[in-house]
Design a protein around this ligand. Structure first.
Ligand SMILES: [Ca+2]
Length: 174
């Protein structure tokens, strides 16, 4: 006779595959120009206490902070304290990322309005990404959104894989 675990084993994989396929991306309600149209996944607007993008059901586990180049420059200069506080809050997540909607070369060449020194900006990005979480420069909004969706999907797929392993291991014990 089939045990409960064997039944669960055969059902768990399609369920988890479905969970990844039907992932809903949460978009923070304060996002000014959200990436919504670039995502393949469905989205839902909610107010996120930290960060701009996450996964429905896992909003306290993974967070992505979106920065345009002007946002990034002000976050590294006059709004630095506020930004560092956010990076500190992001430490309580399993995974946290800062995604910049610009090329690294735009920042390094000082292609922004502020008179902030590009070398100081580079040093700041190095220091903060070393201390807190990765910063990815993804060119423009469309590419940044694709990168973000990929990070979110991979995170969810990894968690589903863990659940599958737990179920399989438990099944093996009967
Ligand atoms: Ca932001």
């Amino acid at each position: 006779m089939e045990t409960n675990f064997q039944r669960t084993e055969s059902r768990i994989k399609p369920l988890l595959t479905e969970a990844v396929k039907s992932m809903i991306i949460i978009v923070d309600s304060r996002e000014q120009a959200p990436w919504t149209n670039y995502f393949k996944a469905q989205t839902r607007v909610e107010t996120l206490p930290t960060g701009d993008y996450s996964i429905a059901g896992l909003t306290d586990k993974i967070t992505i902070e979106r920065k345009s180049l002007p946002d990034l420059i002000s976050s590294l200069t006059r709004d630095r304290d506020r930004f560092v506080n956010e990076l500190i809050r992001m430490q309580s997540f399993d995974e946290a990322y800062v995604i910049v909607e610009a090329d690294y070369s735009e920042m390094a060449k000082g292609h922004y309005r502020s008179d902030a020194n590009p070398n100081s900006m580079i040093e700041s990005v190095v220091a903060l990404s070393h201390r807190y979480c990765p910063f990815y420069f993804c060119g423009h909004a469309g590419m940044a959104a694709r990168f973000a969706e990929s990070l979110l999907t991979r995170y969810l797929r990894d968690r589903c894989h863990e659940i599958e392993m737990v179920v399989l291991a438990a099944g093996g014990a009967t």
